[in-house]
Design a protein. Sequence first.
Length: 185
Amino acid sequence: MRDHTHREGADLHVLDDVAERRLLAELVRVGEEAHCTDARLATEQAAWTWRLARPRDDGVPADVSVLHPDSTALVGRDYAGLTDMFPAPPRRWPARTGLVVLLATGKDDPVTWLRSGQALQRLLLHAAGHGVMAAFHTQPLEVPHLRTRVRQALTAGQFPQVILRLGHAPRVRALPRRALADVLG
């Protein structure tokens, strides 16, 4: 996987150190809390989330995850409002966490963002070709002071672009997609 990301000028940092994973888990949790308490971000997430009663061709179905957002070491986005319905988080299941990786770059400008997106595409295609699924945990990268902490502590000064968990998961239904003409038109 590293070869695929290097071809686009990005580095793949595998977090196998327990202390690093704990730190990242805390930063993801704090980032998710920041999103939940920011009215603008909560409104944006709600706009992209839809219920089965009103399906759309884009966005995220509220029931996309069958697990409580707090059921892995890295909390997930709470599209279904499970943390409101069941505020006490369930027991953590670290075994469900999978391989935790950070995609990082030496620069942080528009050209580098494009190249890191291409690196991510290569990584995801390679993973999918081997039956590996990905879960995104970018919450701390969307909060400037948390992104700085990730950069200082986990990527050797490189700019973190994406945080992923990679692993095997139960099959899920295909999500709707907009028609190509709608996206490019």
